[in-house]
Design a protein around this ligand. Sequence first.
Ligand SMILES: NC(=O)c1ccc[n+]([C@@H]2O[C@H](COP(=O)([O-])OP(=O)(O)OC[C@H]3O[C@@H](n4cnc5c(N)ncnc54)[C@H](O)[C@@H]3O)[C@@H](O)[C@H]2O)c1
Length: 361
Amino acid sequence: MVQEVFLSIAYERSMFGGAVPVRYDERLMARYLITGVAGFIGSALAREVLAQGDQVRSLDNFSTGKRENISEIFSQIDFREGDLLGSGLVHDACRGVDYILHEAAIASVPRSVKDPLASHRANLDATVDLLIAARDAKVKRVVYAASSSAYGDTPTLPKHEDMTPNPISPYAVAKLASEYYMTSFYRCYGLETVCLRYFNIFGPRQDPDSPYSGVLAKFITQMLRGEQPTIFGDGTQSRDFTYVDNAVQANLLACKAPASEVAGRVFNIGVGQRVDLNETFRLLQKIIGYNGEVKYAPERAGDVKHSLAELTRAKRHLGYTPKIYFEEGLRRTVEWYRSVDSRPDNLGTQFSNPRAPNVDA
Ligand SMILES: NC(=O)c1ccc[n+]([C@@H]2O[C@H](COP(=O)([O-])OP(=O)(O)OC[C@H]3O[C@@H](n4cnc5c(N)ncnc54)[C@H](O)[C@@H]3O)[C@@H](O)[C@H]2O)c1
């Protein structure tokens, strides 16, 4: 089974008083399995897949994900709590699925430097397990959340997909090795796979409070709280910061693009513009109205200096064009963190409360 026809049947009163079935919706729906759905990007993907009228099955062990990220869509998704690796859940989760969006990972460079084995298991072993299950279930296509960290500290800018990778951190090595497995499963078994190398994704629901969080989520929430943010290094390091809606768009395109154009291939997903951290801080000062200054701390091991995506391949073969640029993305993100902080039920505490409400309760 690749696609199923779902019939929604309503009952209408007949003129004779009896109930007769009436079809009010008949369409082809696709079923997506989203791994890491309780995370920042996975939850954004789930909302968009539901919005386009398709079905979401999902798997997450809440190692870094949060229940509140999926609380408003929880009743609409087939959610399975558990680990991708070694739980046996993954084979069942792949059954009857058309597309897999594989987001689950321990998505952190510094955390992988501290604990390379945990990074290896979550970021590589779990990917291989998933690929075997997807192959056996005859899933149509697997789209993988790869990472620009694969390029490492090569000085060439922008980074293009044909460059020789040069990963620095254990995280980057595991993400790159997962890409190779994706391509290998296409070549050896014909399982269609597409790797999207994300360049620093940011936006609503990114966790700001872990010591391993992405820089923008941290800066924004600290500055909104009136706390002083820290830049590791001199602040001249630059990134192609990419608003999350662009990554969502790329995933959905990657599912539908012709196999001859995309299967077994790797695509950069960014905006194609880079901004340094000093400039980012000044922009946030303006958007937030923050009067304080930033403090500087020594550089961190494994961090790359500059990053910028070359997007020609994604534009040509996926039909991808970034829709939301950096400053607009920052404004939307600040707006979201502000709205959460000022909610009467004070869901803003979710960012500092590890025992946030369980949606099952
Ligand atoms: N955020 C970025 O800038 C960025 C950049 C490049 C690549 N990526 C990749 O995108 C993906 C999503 O990143 P994110 O920022 O949303 O991270 P996130 O930490 O918010 O989400 C990851 C999710 O995966 C879940 N998870 C982790 N290991 C699991 C396992 N073994 N079994 C089941 N669930 C598991 C976590 O609980 C979490 O919900 C990751 O694969 C990451 O490597 C992210």
